[in-house]
Design a protein around this ligand. Sequence first.
Ligand code: FAD
Length: 306
Amino acid sequence: MKISDILAEGGKPFPSLEIVPPLKGMTKEELMDSIRPLMEFSPKYINVTCHRDEYEYREKADGTFSRHLVRRRVSETAVCGAIMSEFGIETVPHIICGGANADEIESLLHDLRFMGISNVMALRGDSIIGEKRFTPVQGGYRYAGELVAAIRRFENGKIFSIGVGGYPEKHFEAPNMETDIANLKKKVDAGADYIITQMFFDNKVFYDFVERCRAAGITVPIIPGLKPLSTVTQINMLPESFSLDIPMELTKAMLDAGDDKEKAYRTGTEWCIMQCKDLLEHGVPAVHFYTMGKSRNIVEILRAAF
Ligand code: FAD
């Protein structure tokens, strides 16, 4: 079922779950065992992220190095196929502009259609390590909006429901929030059905963002994205990786946990439960969870909040 149809039905809010494909070498059984606990909540679908190939330098016999593009993770297509056959639920592969040209993306869309997939997330992706700014490959797409338009052109736009990313704390490259929201509107105007936000830790930031999007004429559903903190190191790592703010109260509580890993884990989980309950009270259609392949805290949060 298309997510646009699920959202249009307007039933009970539901959890939206995202996993990261495993590193090569992990077996299908290991991955399925990590997802199985989430089946308790009968998820309507599972999002599967997409990752660019990375450069690896290999030393040659003469002592010089050769550069190779390598894929470290199993492909999102393979993971989607495995989840669909094991659990019989919908999957939402993420498609990124980075590293692929328009023809390659069209071939991927044919594969996804063949597999019976009817939902995709359209993203630009980040620059590859060693590249300062995102650069599309020759004949590729520069912005997620161009990718959305291409997916809409595919088979007259009938096959896929399309989600896009939104940034309550602004995308790090955008000069200001107004410009970023204007660019988000371009993605929606190109044919996106809904928005999933980057993670945030202060719900006020999300409510302000929704208000500004509505004022800018964005009318599609906006699904908040949450990630529970589970370790103290994340209070530095996440702002650095995702250009976001962690409220002082949460930062302090995490630091207070010190070396007590379980206390840090509990603090992050409780904060996320509080955020999730508050979002549901505010009438969000769904809550998206960045599970990062770890289900223990997500299971606790879903039991407490849904
Ligand atoms: P865009 O919408 O293209 O925006 C990128 C920048 O360009 C922004 O600053 C924007 O303001 C600007 N911009 C956009 N359109 C225009 C335009 N027409 N003209 C001028 N400027 C413009 N990354 C992965 O690699 N794999 C994943 O699976 C993945 N999943 C994600 C899921 C979600 C829900 C989110 C929020 C992000 C995800 N990301 C993923 C990260 C994402 O790829 C990066 O944040 C990336 O830097 C931007 O992607 P985007 O799709 O938002 O890009």
